[in-house]
Write a protein that binds this ligand. Structure first.
Ligand SMILES: Cc1ncc(COP(=O)(O)O)c(C=O)c1O
Length: 375
């Protein structure tokens, strides 16, 4: 089955992982630091901590920022559940802000309306599908209303904003990433927090490994625990893969963009589809290709379209069920669905088309042909 995303591994990746396997370190060795340095260099961070996945990156960041009960964190409902779970798991409360219709990212006017009424500790914005948010606007709001600005950049590694690939940490205070196999490059499982803040970075590094404090002043076997932590470590094997994968990120993004171009040019005439846009100052990384279908105007519903594609060997996906519609969030948080209509409408219409480096031309043609038939 062709999925919406997958990794692309070559002999360089395999060689580097084998080299790590034959080395003295399988985990927490020199490749972790090397990978972190490389991430900093590529994405413009001052500090970087690589961790077990993108979810733990978000969670540890919230914990390091000392989120607690009664803290409000604004975020988008059109994201993977991790963006909100990290808030709840730190005992704070999410406030969902609707997306805007063009880029499917957080709507700044709606955000500011809320900021005028409520104090937010932080805002987690998501560069949905690989299209950067309005980061200049978000920075302005962060300075005006004094909240911590976080870019959950799990979709947008390799994207550009105003020609700058290092935009994420330029505008946000903290950036989180995921290196899951469907993302723009992979470590199998993995994630990172990139920042300009040594204090927070030190805290995250400590919590990544049970908050065990070692010091040259202590006897050699001594470690001390002043607060709790867990095992959120990334391994040397994963970092060995990440090091060679990161070298190819621009090639991967360019392959994704070529596939997007094919969808965009071939489906432009389909009147019942809404295709993703790319604003002028943006270079989209196309982690996803979200296609909106006007189901009211065609013969099929979403389930039927999933069946049709499954029959030709394509497993479609939907990104995402709005988080505020999940039973847990509905039950536990005060949600006004009338304020989130764009997100709900988007969810009704959207499907994710396959887009990944290595997607074969004949498969792409088959998908496009089928899409034209259902339009
Ligand atoms: C926007 C977003 N945030 C966070 C995550 C969590 O990353 P991971 O799967 O590495 O835990 C994902 C992964 O799908 C994501 O898409």
């Amino acid at each position: 089955m062709i999925s919406y995303g997958r990794h692309k591994i070559d002999s360089k990746d395999i060689k580097n992982v084998i080299k790590a396997l034959k080395s003295d370190y399988l985990t927490s060795g020199p490749r972790v630091k090397e990978f972190e340095n490389k991430l900093n260099k590529k994405f413009g961070g001052k500090f970087c901590t690589a961790v077990s996945n993108g979810t733990s990156a978000l969670y540890l960041l919230g914990k390091a920022l000392n989120w607690k009960k009664n803290d409000l964190i604004a975020t988008t409902p059109i994201s993977f559940i991790a963006t909100s779970n990290c808030i709840v798991n730190n005992n704070a409360s999410p406030v969902f802000i609707d997306i805007e219709k063009k880029t499917y990212t957080i709507d700044l006017d709606k955000l500011e309306n809320k900021l005028k009424k409520k104090k937010f500790k932080a805002v987690i914005a998501v560069d949905y599908a690989g299209h950067p948010c309005d980061w200049e606007g978000l920075r302005f709001l962060s300075n005006k209303y004094n909240f911590t600005l976080i870019n959950d950049a799990c979709h947008s590694m390799g994207a550009k904003y105003k020609s700058d690939q290092k935009y994420a940490i330029k505008y946000a205070d903290f950036v989180t990433q995921s290196f899951h196999p469907v993302k723009t490059f992979t470590t199998g499982e993995g994630g990172s927090v990139i920042s300009k803040d040594k204090l927070i970075d030190d805290k995250i590094k400590l919590m990544r490994n049970h908050s065990m404090v070692r010091d040259k002043k202590f006897d050699p076997w001594i470690y001390k625990i002043f607060s709790t932590g867990m095992n959120y470590r990334i391994t040397d094997l994963q970092c060995a893969l990440g090091i060679t994968q990161l070298d190819k990120i621009d090639k991967f993004v360019s392959e994704r963009r070529n596939i997007a171009k094919m969808y965009l040019s071939n489906l432009a005439e389909c009147e019942n589809f809404v295709l993703p846009t790319e604003l002028n100052k943006i270079k989209h990384s196309y982690h996803l290709f979200p296609l909106q279908i006007m189901f009211k105007k065609i013969r099929f519903n979403k389930k039927k379209i999933f069946e049709i594609f499954s029959k030709i060997g394509v497993r479609l996906q939907v990104h995402y069920i709005p988080i505020h519609l999940q039973p847990f969030y509905k039950k536990n948080f005060n949600i006004n669905r009338k304020e989130l209509l764009n997100s709900e409408e988007f969810y009704k219409r959207v499907i994710s088309l396959p887009i990944f480096p290595g997607l074969k031309k004949n498969h792409l043609s088959k998908i496009i042909k089928q899409l034209k038939l259902i339009n």
